[in-house]
Design a protein around this ligand. Structure first.
Ligand code: UDX
Length: 431
């Protein structure tokens, strides 16, 4: 089938190339001229493993066309996927400006009556219902939330834990579900609001789980126990499961923080008092502060020190800084008079835009991990790029002036690091 997709961000572009892999023809709509040009040339505007290759392949095969014309994209299409961004406002409310504009445009073009409008963007409960009435057309509207993680989006598309399709038109639900064939996954057909809230409920729970892991790790640290062993034991309970129990610098990304804020906003709007999600957010913020407190305590103060930071992206496998620990920790270190040298394998350019020299004097970004270590009093590891664990502890020790290694991802081999005379501190690793 021909599928139209509006919005070529992480979700839209990944979905476009993956639907092509499933044998569909896709017309991807991008209104930004710069991104449109890149996409037409087969250059991926996003850093997502596997997407650049699939984009180029399907541009060359002709399965994927890119256009700025909604009409051209929907002509002959059986479905139009809405994948525009819904970024958070200060209140936590998702900004639906782009979505509203697109729904208005859809109402103006010629649509085949059996084309299904599919909302894949993460939207507050009630948005699909609003879209159906705002469209003023007989076309069915279906909610089909995505659960793609940055860095593993393609794998998550082809091996989903479930496919959720929501709306009142059962035949339309089955048509949308059929687009994913032959992917084998549990299929849940719901109404609109259920599908919309499943997305938020999932991300809210993942954030809760991470914050819970971080709290248990803090307690383990205080009693000198190994938090990783405790969390492994917890995860072996089939009612808990091992995933998302890794303690770290606190969750980041474009979704978990945004979706928690949206859930809280929606609950306030509905007069429902939420206790757990605000706590998860407080624990998350505190996790960053604890890293700075640890450095200050171990170094006897931060002013005049030099801190090496390995990892800027919110997690390994992406160049995305949204919600990243580095975005709060590095400015705080600079604020206290520390000098920072930072490295990342993908997010250096993005961080330079976030923290330009005129705003972040005292920060130097380095192309190589060891350059960041030069004469450093401490190393703070924030992003679990596997290559950091390949660097010999001797090289770390020789490059540094001091001996403190604060590994916020428990990525490095603490025994090997201690063996070369460095003070290794993990997260939740006891004394
Ligand atoms: C998340 C959801 O997983 C995905 O389903 C949704 O569609 C988009 O939001 P993403 O933000 O890409 O995906 O990354 P994810 O892998 O979920 O990690 C989110 C944050 O939690 C990262 O900062 C990560 O480092 C952190 N995390 C994750 C932990 O601190 N501990 C863990 O055990 C897992």
């Amino acid at each position: 089938m021909k599928i139209a997709i509006a919005g070529a961000g992480y979700v839209g572009l990944t979905s476009a190339v993956c639907f092509c892999e499933l044998g569909h023809r896709v017309s991807l709509i991008e209104i930004d001229p710069g991104r449109l040009g890149d996409l037409q040339a087969g250059h991926s505007p996003i850093f997502e493993p596997g997407v650049p290759e699939l984009l180029l392949a399907h541009r060359q095969s002709g399965a994927l066309t890119v256009t700025d014309s909604l009409q051209a994209a929907v002509d002959g299409a059986g479905a139009l996927f809405v994948c525009v961004g819904t970024p958070p406002r200060a209140s936590g409310a998702p900004d639906l400006t782009a979505l509203r504009h697109l729904i208005g445009q859809i109402g103006q073009v010629e649509l085949s009556p059996d084309l299904v409008v599919v909302l894949k963007s993460t939207v507050p409960p009630g948005t699909n219902r609003w879209a159906r009435s705002a469209l003023g057309l007989p076309n069915p509207v279906v909610s089909n939330p995505e659960f793609l993680r940055e860095g593993t989006a393609i794998a998550d598309f082809f091996q989903p834990d479930r496919i959720i399709v929501g709306g009142p038109d059962h035949e339309a639900l089955l048509r949308v579900a059929g687009l994913y064939a032959p992917i084998e996954a549990p299929l849940l057909l719901t109404d609109w609001e259920e599908a919309e809230l499943i997305k938020y409920a999932t991300n809210g729970f993942l954030a809760l789980k991470i914050s819970y892991a971080n709290e248990i790790a803090s307690l383990a640290e205080a009693i000198g126990a190994d938090g990783l062993q405790i969390l492994t034991g917890l995860g072996l309970d089939h009612r808990v499961g091992p995933a998302f129990l890794k303690p770290g610098p606190g969750y980041g990304g474009s979704c978990l923080p945004k979706d928690l804020a949206a859930l809280r906003w929606k609950a306030r709007q509905q007069g429902v008092r939420l206790e757990l999600l605000p706590a998860a957010e407080r624990v998350n913020q505190r996790q960053r502060e604890r890293l700075i407190d640890r450095l200050r305590a171990e170094l006897g103060g931060l002013a005049g020190t030099r801190i090496a930071v390995w990892g800027l992206a919110f997690k390994a496998g992406t160049d995305d800084l949204r919600g990243a620990a580095s975005a709060t920790v590095i400015p705080a270190l600079l604020q206290e008079g520390a000098e920072v040298r930072a490295h990342d394998f993908a997010a250096l350019t993005a961080f330079e835009q976030l923290c330009p020299p005129e705003q972040c004097s005292g920060l130097r970004l380095t192309q190589k991990p060891l350059e960041a270590l030069h004469e450093a009093d401490a190393l703070l590891l924030l992003t679990e790029w596997p290559a950091y664990a390949e660097i010999p502890p001797e090289a770390i020790q020789q490059a540094m002036r001091g001996d403190l290694v604060l590994d916020a991802r428990n990525l490095l081999d603490g025994v090997a690091v201690r063996k070369v005379g460095l003070r290794y501190r993990g997260i939740g690793r006891g004394r």
